[in-house]
Design a protein around this ligand. Structure first.
Ligand code: KG4
Ligand code: ZN
Length: 348
C-alpha cells in the first residue's frame, strides 16, 4: 500500500480550484476553493472572473491539501492536471501551476482529460472499474455516453447531447423559476416537496424516429422550452406557478431519459456495469432511478458520493494515479491547455 505512488492532481477547468492527493485508490486530501458566489449574480460562470479566482486560490489550496494529507510537495511522485476540455483561461492557470510543480520537483506530469477524470474518481470509492463499462457523464458542459475499455487510453463515445448539457438544462430552468445559480442542487432540493407526475414534460430524442438516428444522443433544449412555455401560460392566466411541481416534473423528465438511454447503452453492448459521473450525478433522483431500473436488468450502478461528482482535484489525481499504475508515458512539458479536448484524448 505505502509503495503505491503519491499523486497530486489539479483541476481548474471551470469555477472550482481543486487540489486532490491520492495514493493508489486511496484519497488523502480533496481541497476545493469555489468562485461560484462571484458568478451567481451573472447567472453563469464568467470566464475571466474564474481565471482570476484560480490564480488567487491556487497556492493556498495546494497548501491546504498538502496539510490535510500530511505531506510536502517533495513527497509527491507524480502530478496530474486537467489539460481540457474547459474554459481556456481557467485551464491555463492549472496547467501552468502543475508544470511549475513538476519542473521544480523533477517529477513527471500527466495532462489529462476532465471527462475521463469524472469517471476515474469513482475508483476512489468503489475500487477498480470493471472493463468494459458504460460511463454516463452529465455535467454543466457535457452529457455523453461512453464505452470505457481502458480508462487510460480507450474511451469510445457512443452518444452525446445535440444541444444543451443536462446540467445546463437544470441551470436554465432554475433561472426561469427564479431559484438561483447553480440550478442543479436547488432544483434537487425544491423537487422534494413537489410531484414528479404533476406535469408531463417531453423526453428528448425518444420517439421511434429519433431513436433511429439518435439512439444514444440527448437533447434538453426542447424540454427547457416546454418548461418555459408552461410557466408563461400559468402566469398569463394569472395563476400561481407551482414551483416545486415544475421542478420535480422537470427533474423526472431529465432523469428518466438519462437512465433509459444509459441502460439501453449497457444492453446494446452486453455490458453489466454503469458508472455515472459529473455534477448532475449528484442528483438524488437520478441516483435512485438508475439503481431501481438497473437492478431489474442485472446492471450494477456505480456513482461516486455527491462531493466527488462535482468538479474537484481528487478526480484528476485518481486518473493520474491510474496512468502511473498502468505505466503510461508522462506528458511532455510543453503540452497545451485545450479548451475543446476530445474525449478520445485521455492523456496529452
Ligand atoms: O461537473 P460539474 O461540477 O462542472 C462541469 O464540468 O460542468 O457540473 C456542474 C453542473 C451544474 O450545471 C450544476 O447545476 C449541476 O452540475 N449539478 C446538479 C446537481 N449538483 C450539481 N444537477 C442536478 N442535481 C444536482 N444535485
Ligand atoms: Zn466537470
Amino acid at each position: 500500500m505505502t509503495d503505491e505512488p503519491l499523486v497530486l492532481g489539479l483541476e481548474t477547468s471551470c469555477d472550482e480550484t481543486g487540489v486532490g492527493i491520492v495514493r493508489g485508490h486511496t484519497l488523502l486530501a480533496d481541497a476545493v476553493a469555489s468562485s461560484v458566489e462571484q458568478h451567481a449574480r451573472f447567472g453563469g460562470v464568467v470566464p475571466e472572473v474564474a481565471s482570476r479566482a484560480h490564480l488567487e486560490a491556487m497556492v493556498p489550496t495546494i497548501e491546504r491539501a498538502c496539510a490535510t494529507a500530511g505531506i510536502t510537495l517533495a513527497d509527491v511522485d507524480a502530478f496530474a492536471v486537467t489539460a481540457g476540455p474547459g474554459l481556456a483561461g481557467a485551464l491555463l492557470v492549472g496547467v501552468a501551476a502543475a508544470k511549475s510543480l513538476a519542473l521544480a520537483t523533477g517529477k513527471p506530469i500527466y495532462g489529462v482529460n476532465h471527462l475521463a477524470a469524472h469517471v476515474a474518481v469513482d475508483q476512489l470509492e468503489h475500487g477498480a472499474l470493471p472493463e468494459p463499462s458504460i460511463a454516463m457523464l452529465v455535467s454543466g458542459g457535457h452529457s455523453s455516453l461512453l464505452k470505457v475499455t481502458d480508462l487510460t487510453v480507450g474511451v469510445t463515445p457512443m452518444g452525446a447531447t445535440i444541444d444543451d448539457a443536462a446540467g445546463e438544462a437544470f441551470d436554465k430552468v432554475a433561472r426561469l423559476l427564479g431559484l438561483g445559480f447553480p440550478g442543479g442542487p436547488i432544483i434537487d432540493r425544491t423537487a422534494v416537496s413537489g410531484s414528479s407526475i404533476a406535469i408531463d414534460f417531453p423526453r428528448g430524442l425518444s420517439t421511434k424516429r429519433d431513436l433511429e438516428r439518435h439512439r444514444f444522443d440527448f437533447s434538453f433544449s426542447g424540454l427547457k422550452t416546454a418548461v418555459a412555455r408552461w410557466v408563461e401560460a400559468k402566469e398569463r392566466a394569472g395563476e400561481a406557478v407551482p414551483v416545486a411541481d415544475v421542478a420535480a416534473s422537470f427533474q423526472e423528465a431529465v432523469c428518466d431519459i438519462l437512465v433509459r438511454k444509459a441502460l439501453d447503452a449497457c444492453q446494446s453492448q452486453g455490458v453489466e456495469d454503469l458508472v455515472i459521473g459529473g455534477g448532475v450525478a449528484a442528483n438524488s433522483r437520478l441516483r435512485v432511478l438508475a439503481e431501481e431500473r438497473a437492478a431489474k436488468i442485472g446492471v450494477r450502478v456505480r456513482v461516486p458520493r455527491p462531493g466527488l461528482c462535482t468538479d474537484n482535484g481528487a478526480m484528476v489525481a485518481a486518473l493520474g494515479s491510474e496512468m502511473v499504475a498502468r505505466g503510461r508515458t508522462p506528458s511532455v512539458l510543453d503540452f497545451p491547455a485545450d479548451s475543446s479536448q476530445p474525449i478520445e484524448s485521455v492523456l496529452v
